[in-house]
Ligand binder design. Structure first.
Ligand code: NAG
Ligand code: NAG
Ligand code: NAG
Length: 830
């Protein structure tokens, strides 16, 4: 493909230029990132406004960096304003001006440090006796592969002798000779001890840089700069006499240091795609604070850098981003409030512990793709530490899970270097292993199971690489954007939710060249005086539910959601055709209230015709807020009852009740109305077992018995409810038979569906209302979000907050002492 080659050439050119950027010094200079029209020479622009040209801003097309002595004002912005002022006064000779070539300008300021995602609280190890046969097997593996690393037998995540099977299932892959050769993982973190005996041989200097102290070596310098080295050890600790081994012990590992001080967006943008033709995978165990009240994403420069890497990195196959999901679960935090983890370009990895339990810290969200092992239930990850030959047994949090994912992807790329960034996500979806744990598992369109807590299950290196061997690479990415849906309606409080619907037509997707959905994103505006009270869910045409936003007890912000984009991977493999319903709830009855302003749905996925598909344009500054009046509609809006989470424990594992049917219509007597509180799950009428599935349901190509099992599993997940998904279809079918339905007591507040331009259905509101009613009656899977025993654990262990605070204080102190940057305004270190 020519564009790819061209891109690669351009990227290499840009990379060469990027190397010429002199180090920044924010103490003495101001820096400006400017996107210039290619017709403008940067040096000429610099001359004109009185700046010095530093060089191209890495690989981001037509972006440049300029500097000047420190100055309170914004020189570029002032110049633009001055020109505008003169134009208003109609001064002559100003028709075409060099400043008109500015497409974007941003004076760089240092922002608080990103937060490392180490577990806030580490638990002491339990002295579990090793199981004999497993220990023998482990010894044999070590012998066969000639592993003599002293702590290999402690590295339970690689081969578990305590709770056999609860590991990465990686040793079989090593036996096949796949150990990460020719793959490079870049640890974007607080440094990497390249002199460590365990990392020295695999260290890749060319892919490394220090954006905190501006130099070529990412050496840890502060006393708490241990995090990156520990992550690097998980990936690429060598097979030698030091500590243990990495998941991909023959891979290369580089370090890009950004977490040891404040950093500007321009520098972070340079960091996240540093040497993107040499670094294959970027492992990022950090993000905005996980305090349950932050809602923050990457700045536009960083976003552009990531899109550039995904389109041009790795020779056009796309850089792989792995992000730790976040440790804020105990704060009600959710990884959809973090713009890094909810990017379609990153694989978000959460944690499970040695017993396959959900650790109290690991965040849930609809954007989480997968989980893997980390600290909890008395164990943590054993890996390399800073020092010549130092190890730690205390690496944890989602920080430790992410790099294990990155290591597995290094193995994957050795086996199949031709995979695109989307193939990597596809293979993850297709091979992650569901395990016995109570959660809100839903069977997706592909017949996979998804939970907001565990994504598609746990990463399994063996299964992933087996599947990859004959994997047919996917066609290029296509996308479909809905119009902006103008709701402009107040949100009811308590049990009710405000539902807004949009129908995606087959023609629209054809026109968009979109064949199959992978990610969906939903950008929305909600005004609310207490943001933490809000929740948002999205129901797809096939009945899959994404909890895009969940209520957050700590989030007092009065700003609502401002052009925020949520993401979900739960709809992977759906056609996308049909009615999408977004439901906004104000979950708490109090003096805080708000309005649902507008929303826009975007479907991203595999294209139909690869020959005509182009690359997504680089994100603009106003992609998420161009509420252009041309492309907007007033959607169908209703208030409906959405059951409140009851706090009851989640239902038992679906496999306990494989035969549960899903298609019984609920008795109307138990159905809630919009004016009554929602029925408790126990009151939900139980479906009977007389008939089986209606035709719209996919068969997944399996036997009827297995289908029963699969659909039974769905039914059980929604045990205290009536099955939403199936009911949606049943209600539709029933409607055709009998449109005279009773008991639709909810209120239709607006029905101005404009079908003319958007494919929105109109004139059917009674019926559609009926569907909604039946589909949502009788309970919610939201109760499944009530935390399980792990949360109880947390509650039992009082003083978590104090501990966390203490840890924070200590880290800050250390940081302050070592770096002399006390009071830098950095977020809490963890
Ligand atoms: C390693 O990667 C380079 C560049 O992609 C390629 O040319 C080379 O053949 C690879 N080596 C092996 C052993 O796969
Ligand atoms: C573990 O890996 C092997 C290949 O090494 C694979 O055959 C097996 O299916 C994997 N186990 C699971 C549970 O997926
Ligand atoms: C919601 O809209 C109403 C009516 O326009 C307005 O009075 C109210 O202030 C809005 N609420 C918020 C939180 O903006």
């Amino acid at each position: 493909m020519r564009p790819v080659i061209l891109c690669t050439v351009l990227a290499s050119l840009a990379a060469v230029l990027a190397d010429s950027l002199p180090p920044r010094n924010y103490n003495t200079h101001d820096y400006y990132a400017v996107h210039l029209d290619p017709s403008i020479a940067p040096a000429e622009f610099a001359n004109h406004v009185g700046l010095l040209y530093e060089g191209a801003l890495g690989s981001i097309k037509d972006h440049h960096l300029f500097k000047c002595g420190k100055n309170d004002g914004d020189i570029v912005e002032d110049a633009i304003q001055e020109l505008k002022r003169r134009r208003r006064k109609r001064e002559i000779g100003l028709d075409r001006h060099i400043l008109d070539g500015i497409r974007f300008n941003q004076k760089q300021k240092l922002k608080p440090r990103m937060v490392k995602r180490t577990a806030p609280r580490l638990v002491p190890r339990e002295g579990l006796p090793a199981e004999d046969t497993s220990a023998v097997a482990q010894r044999k593996i070590a012998e066969t592969l000639n592993i003599q690393d002293p702590i290999f037998n402690e590295q339970w995540h690689l081969f578990n002798t305590h709770t056999p099977g609860n590991d990465l299932n990686v040793t079989g892959v090593w036996m096949q000779g796949i150990t990460g050769k020719n793959s490079t993982v870049c640890i974007v973190d607080d440094g990497l001890d390249m002199d460590s005996d365990d990392l020295r041989d695999n260290y890749f200097a060319e892919g490394s840089y220090d954006y905190n102290d501006h130099g070529p070596e990412p050496k840890p310098r502060l006393s708490d700069d241990r995090h990156g080295t520990r992550c690097a050890g998980e990936v690429a600790a060598g097979k030698n006499n030091a500590c243990g081994v990495g998941v991909a012990y023959d891979s290369r590992v580089s370090g890009v240091r950004i977490l040891s001080g404040e950093i500007s967006d321009a520098d972070e943008a340079l960091a996240v795609n540093y040497k993107m033709q040499l670094n294959d995978i970027y492992s990022c165990s950090w993000g905005p604070p996980d305090d349950g009240k932050t809602m923050q994403g990457p700045g536009i420069l960083i976003e552009r850098a990531m899109v550039t890497a995904v389109q041009q990195g790795r020779g056009g196959k796309g850089s792989i981003y792995v992000f730790a999901a976040g440790n804020g679960a105990a704060n009600d935090d959710n990884c959809n409030f973090d713009g890094y983890t909810n990017s379609i370009y990153s694989v978000t990895v959460g944690a499970i512990d040695q017993k396959n339990n959900h650790p109290y810290y690991s965040e849930q969200c609809s954007a989480q793709l997968v989980v893997t092992y980390s600290s909890g239930s008395g164990e943590a990850i054993h890996t390399t530490d800073v020092g010549a030959n130092k190890c730690t047994a205390q690496h944890g949090g989602t920080s430790a899970a992410g790099p294990l994912g990155a290591g597995i992807y290094a193995l994957l790329l050795e086996a199949r270097p031709d995979l695109s960034w989307r193939d990597v996500q596809w293979l993850t979806v297709m091979t992650a292993v569901k395990f016995e744990a109570t959660s809100d598992w839903q069977v997706t369109a592909l017949g996979r199971e998804f939970s907001h807590q565990f994504g598609y299950g746990k990463l399994d290196a063996g299964a992933l690489i087996d599947k990859a061997k004959d994997w047919k690479t996917v066609k290029p990415q296509a996308w479909y954007y809905s119009p902006w849906m103008h709701v402009k309606h107040e949100i009811p409080q308590g049990d009710q939710g405000l539902a807004s619907t949009f129908v995606v037509t087959e023609e629209a997707l054809k026109k968009a060249n979109l064949d199959k959905v992978e990610h969906i994103t939903l950008t929305m505006n909600v005004e609310h005086t207490r943001r933490g009270d809000l929740s948002v869910e999205l129901r797809s045409p096939s009945g899959i539910v994404s909890h895009l936003a969940t209520a957050r007890k700590n989030d007092e912000a009065s700003s609502g959601y401002v052009d925020w984009t949520f993401m979900s991977v739960a709809h992977w493999g759906e056609s996308g055709i049909g009615e999408w319903i977004v439901i906004v709830k104000d979950t708490v009855q109090n003096e805080h209230s708000g309005n649902f302003t507008d929303w826009r749905l975007r479907l991203w996925g595999e294209c139909d015709n690869a020959d005509i598909q182009e690359l997504r344009p680089i994100p603009g500054e106003h992609d998420d807020d161009d509420h252009d009046e041309v492309n907007t509609v007033t959607p169908h809006t209703t208030t409906i009852v959405v059951p409140t989470p009851t706090g009851d424990p989640a239902p038992g594992n679906p496999t306990d009740h494989p035969e549960r049917p899903v298609n019984q219509r609920p008795s109307t007597t138990a159905g809630p109305s919009s004016t009554e509180p929602t029925a408790k799950p126990e009151e939900t009428p139980k479906p009977t077992q007389d008939n089986f599935l209606p035709s719209p349901f996919p068969t997944f190509g399996v036997s009827k018995r297995t289908q029963i099992w699969i659909y039974g599993a769905v039914a059980l997940i929604l045990m205290f409810c009536c099955s939403l998904a199936a009911y949606f279809f049943i209600a539709r079918r029933q409607r055709l038979l009998n449109s005279a339905r009773e008991n639709y007591e909810f209120e239709i507040l607006e029905d101005q569906a404009d079908g003319a331009t958007t494919g929105l259905r109109s004139g059917r509101r009674k019926q559609r209302a009926g569907e909604l009613y039946d589909a949502f009656a009788g309970g919610s899977d939201e109760d499944l979000f009530s935390d399980d025993d792990e949360d109880d654990n947390y509650r039992d262990e009082k003083g978590y907050d104090e501990d966390a605070e203490e840890y924070t204080e200590k880290s800050r102190l250390q940081h302050g002492v070592d770096s002399g940057s006390e009071g830098s305004g950095s977020g809490p270190a963890r």
